[in-house]
Design a protein around this ligand. Structure first.
Ligand code: PLP
Length: 480
């Protein structure tokens, strides 16, 4: 490491990044390259001799950027947002600066202790119950993704039951969630060895706005117990990926508690909104759950990756995930006076991710962060109003946060082509490169999803996006 070279290149790289953000709207939001484009542009093997920084930066501009989909573009409305910010970016720089591998407290006490503190701060912002704080039996940890979060708590819950019943019961263990739950749960079940037939995706529909019915859960559990199965884990979602549906946590907890079923809440997207008092009620009942997760890297100005997980009983995680090889033994760990986050996650190594969240919280402050969320929700309401004013379109599911689910209606005689034409519309809109939106299917209906949440999005971007969608719809309707 040559510090002076780092200073020189680092300044130029920061200029490059700042220029990228300044001109981000010049790029097509959705990359328009064909599969395999890059192999044609880059050599077959690594260079034997060093190349110049200029050449590398020039290749980034001409060869890499065309293959980038610009998630930070103000015209990005697909999936859910993945926020970058000055504070988040600087935090990433600091993390790269120290480049520690903080698996145990001793490997960098500041990394473990800052993570505990920042997760406690965040728990207080969300008004989570005290048992999720590091001062109690539980605590918070930064995982890479919501998928890792649900996997580790599923393993913890599984092992509680298997320790009690014996390993032979694995094939009897049952998991419950709604059919709207993110596929991360299914993947976690696959990894945890849960029998595929015992992963119950309970049906939802528009009558409950795609929220999970506690009665249905209760009936299913009774039925499974009568058949000799062992219910052990349920996942409730607050803000599903398709339509931001909300499962009623408190009512679901009333069911799961009576069977000692571990209840996990996946609030990967909507958790950010719950730092605003007016949205906090969506996680009412969190006092009754075993674990809670939200992704600060989605909608909370914290660069990817930063998924926050709180557990009620940290020993459950540790019992499932800890190993203690000789080469990692140290006095601090053996004294049991410190946390070793290696025992709360799948990998051993871990980055100093709390830095970026700490910077975000300190450089913006809670009030500004709340205002940031509220602004996106206002913009989504504005988009929703625009859609509602055009009788050719309909809103398909209620908007709760900053996602609007809508579709184009077809004139009489063409209704059976509605799904296909909406797919064509999405394709037509995205292939302009001017905006990027994504889709889902709700009760067999193809739905376009417009998720507001990129940090640079302003009202003018929403207006332009809507005009583009309308124009593309008009030309498709003309061709019917
Ligand atoms: N849960 C919900 C509700 C999501 O929306 C997503 C992703 O968008 C996930 C889980 C999975 O997120 P991750 O990529 O962090 O695993």
């Amino acid at each position: 490491m040559d510090a002076e070279q780092l200073r020189e290149y680092g300044h130029r790289m920061v200029d490059f990044v700042a220029d990228y953000y300044k001109t981000i709207e010049d790029h097509p939001v959705l990359s328009q390259v064909e599969p395999g484009y890059l192999r044609k542009l880059l050599p077959d093997s690594a260079p034997d001799k060093p190349e110049s920084f200029e050449n590398v930066l020039s290749d980034v501009k001409t060869k890499i950027i065309p293959g980038v989909t610009h998630w930070q573009s103000p015209n990005y409305f697909a999936y859910f947002p993945s926020n970058s910010s000055t504070a988040g970016f600087l935090g990433e720089m600091l993390s790269a600066c120290f480049n520690i591998v903080g698996f145990s407290w001793i490997t960098s006490p500041a990394a473990t202790e800052l993570e505990m503190i920042v997760l406690d701060w965040f728990a207080k912002m969300l008004k989570l119950p005290d048992f999720f704080l590091s001062t109690g039996q539980g605590g918070g940890v930064i995982q890479g993704t919501a998928s890792e979060a649900v996997l580790v708590v599923l393993l913890a819950a599984r092992d509680i039951f298997l320790r009690k019943l014996g390993k032979g019961f694995l094939e009897k263990l049952v998991v419950y969630a709604s059919d709207q739950t993110h596929s991360a749960l299914q993947k976690a079940c696959q990894i945890a060895g849960i029998h595929p037939e015992n992963v119950k995706a309970l049906k939802t529909d528009s009558s409950t706005n795609y929220g999970l019915s506690p009665d249905l859960l209760s009936k299913e559990i009774c039925h499974d117990i009568a058949n000799g199965l062992v219910p052990f884990f349920a996942c409730a979602s607050v803000g599903t990926t398709s339509s931001t549906a909300i499962d009623p946590i408190l009512e679901l907890a009333n069911v799961t508690k009576s069977y000692n079923i571990w209840l996990h809440v996946d609030s990967a997207y909507a958790g950010s909104a719950c730092v605003c008092p007016e949205y906090r009620h969506h996680i009412d009942g969190v006092e009754e759950v075993d674990s809670f997760n939200m992704n600060a890297h989605k909608w909370f100005l914290t660069n990817f990756d930063c998924s926050l997980l709180w557990v009620k009983d940290r020993n459950a995680l540790i019992q499932s995930l800890s190993t203690n090889p000789e080469f990692l033994k140290n006095k601090a760990s053996q004294s049991k006076s410190v946390l070793d986050y290696k025992d709360w996650q799948i990998p051993l190594g871990r980055r100093f991710r709390s830095l970026k969240l700490w910077l975000v919280l300190r450089l913006y402050g809670v009030e500004n962060l709340q205002a940031y969320i509220r602004n996106h929700i206002e913009l989504a309401i504005h988009f929703e109003e625009l859609v509602s004013q055009d009788m050719r379109f309909e809103i398909v599911a209620p908007r709760t946060f900053a996602l609007v689910c809508f579709r184009l209606l077809l004139p009489c005689g063409f209704e059976d082509r509605t799904n296909d034409v909406n797919g064509d519309l999405l394709q037509a809109v995205n292939s302009t490169g001017k905006i990027f939106i994504s889709h889902t299917v709700l009760s067999g209906t193809y739905v376009m999803r417009f998720a507001v949440g990129a940090p640079l999005t302003e009202e003018r971007h929403i207006d332009a996006a809507w005009k583009l969608i309308q124009d593309q719809a008009s030309s498709l309707l003309e061709k019917l």
